[in-house]
Design a protein around this ligand. Structure first.
Ligand code: NAD
Length: 474
């Protein structure tokens, strides 16, 4: 199969001797190929990024203008990018739902626009007869950025925006399951960004490992699984690269006894099943008070039956296929295990017939902690709903996890829910909502869900280091 996109290295298009297939998850068949970046090409990309760094860091107004133009160029390319993203990722092409491809392209552009305008603080902490002391933020150098397959464009722009604003340059690698839309963005931005500022390479875990161990980058910004995140941290340690890790989650939603099941069901359902459940901060287990548990399960099941599952290209599709075969098999395995242990699939419970990696929204009743579907990150369209009697016990079970990305509490009384939410060990605690993210709000996980945060000034700071400027007046 002929590659449909090229690597972007030093502002140039490069093809590769080796290629790998990209599968359309709606058919389960390859529809394109992507270049497999060689070690020599990775060296070229790192050299190009290092060469571009001195000029790029020296002109802040030019960086802001270029980032704003990059956001506009991505938005202008939406009619081309959304179908490409849908073909390789599986998500619906539309723009109405945060799980849709056009929505993601718009979000990617919006994130670049936000960072184009973010003020860089210049803090004067002493200014008297003795001295003037300022705290400055300096760029780190070349950033190695690595992204997963669930939101390839949006998560790339969470890194591109702040890293480039700070004056760093970048080598970016998308997941081998979804390389094309990111490679295409690299092509589009060739005429917007100076050569070498943003280099885009594609390949698998081996290429990612080579990037993290490479001597050139001074920072690794990684989004992906816990297991790979730990390897990234170890690979970055020998030369003390700075590291930000955005890893997995097993987000709990706790529904209190005063919540109206009908009123909260939409928020809970889409908090779990947007993007076919493939969101790090999706609701992955619900703890529902025993008084409302059965009614909530019925309300969620009604929504699961009504949701339109299908190919991303079909008008009206709300939930596409699972992105790739290993993930499709994993979700099936976790549901089968739950059912074998006495769980009941109120809806779904087995793959849909036909081609592609389609698995219907599955509500599972009758399981509890200690079952893999509850304890592990399913990252797919299956949701256990677990009854509880005592709120303190629900919070304890919610916190009994290596993960700590986000969590939510649902109640008719927002103050009561807030008190409970403050007991959750996680990076984002929400009340009567889930999936709440924005460019100006820091996002990150506690425990094994990550290291550091992205977004807002806090995420920007992670792409800088402090320099103190001390001018003596003595
Ligand atoms: P993954 O860890 O398998 O792969 C992510 C990226 O890392 C890919 O580009 C892959 O090629 C690369 N990679 C794999 N091994 C590597 C290594 N040893 N060194 C360097 N790079 C390596 O994850 P995935 O399956 O693509 O994504 C799903 C996971 O990502 C889930 O756990 C999900 O929760 C997590 N995720 C987290 C966030 C967040 O912001 N916290 C967002 C989205 C996804």
């Amino acid at each position: 199969m002929t590659p449909v996109c090229t690597l972007t290295i030093g502002g140039e298009a490069l093809s590769s001797d080796a290629t790998f297939d990209v599968v359309n998850p709606a058919t389960g068949r390859p529809f394109a190929a992507a270049p497999d970046c060689s070690p020599a090409q990775l060296d070229l990309a790192m050299e190009a990024a290092a060469k571009a760094f001195p000029d790029w860091r020296s002109d802040e107004p030019a960086r802001r203008a270029a980032l704003a133009a990059a956001g506009e160029a991505i938005m202008a390319a939406l009619p081309e990018l959304a179908p490409l993203l849908s073909a390789e990722q599986g998500k619906p092409i539309g723009s109405t739902n945060p799980g849709d491809a056009a929505f993601e392209v718009g979000a990617a552009a919006a994130w670049l626009g936000y960072f184009a305008g973010l003020e860089i603080p210049r803090e004067v902490i002493q200014d008297d007869d003795a001295a003037r002391v300022e705290v400055l933020r300096r760029p780190l150098g070349v950033v190695a950025a690595i992204t997963p397959w669930n939101y390839p464009l949006m998560l790339a722009c969470w890194k591109i925006g702040p890293a480039l604003l700070a004056g760093n340059t970048m080598v970016l690698k998308p997941s081998p399951f979804t390389p094309l839309s990111t490679l295409r963005v690299g092509e589009i931005l060739r005429c917007v960004l100076p050569p070498g500022v943003l280099n885009v390479v594609s390949g698998g875990a081996e290429l990612g490992a080579r990037m993290t161990a490479h001597p050139v980058p001074r920072k690794v910004s990684f989004t992906g699984s816990v297991i790979a995140g730990k390897r990234v941290l170890a690979a970055a340690a020998p030369d003390l690269k700075r590291v930000t890790l955005e890893l997995g989650g097993n987000d709990p939603a706790i529904v209190l006894d005063d919540a109206d099941p009908e009123a909260v069901a939409d928020g809970l359902f889409w908090g779990a099943f947007t993007n076919c459940g493939q969101i790090c901060m999706a609701i992955k287990r619900i703890y529902a008070h025993e008084r409302i548990h059965d009614d909530l399960v019925a309300a969620l099941a009604e929504r699961a039956r009504a949701a339109k599952v299908g190919e991303g290209t079909v008008e009206g599709t709300q939930i596409g296929p699972i992105n790739n075969r290993p993930q499709y098999e994993r979700v099936g395995e976790l549901v089968d295990d739950a059912l074998a242990r006495g769980g009941r699939a109120v809806t779904g419970g087995k793959p849909l017939d036909g081609d592609g990696y389609f698995y219907p929204p599955t509500i599972v009743d009758g399981v509890s902690d200690g079952t893999r579907l509850v304890d592990e990150e399913q990252f797919g369209p299956a949701l256990p709903v677990i009854p509880f009697r005592d709120v303190a016990d629900a919070v304890e079970r919610a916190n009994h996890s290596h993960f700590g990305l986000a969590g939510s509490v649902w109640s008719a009384d927002a103050d009561r829910a807030t008190d409970v939410a403050l007991g959750l060990d996680c990076g984002t605690a929400m009340v009567n909502t889930h999936l709440a993210i924005a460019p100006n709000v820091p996002f990150g996980g506690s425990k094994w869900s990550g290291l550091g945060v992205e977004n807002g000034p806090w995420g920007f700071h992670a792409f800088t280091e402090i320099q103190v400027l001390h001018r003596s007046r003595a």
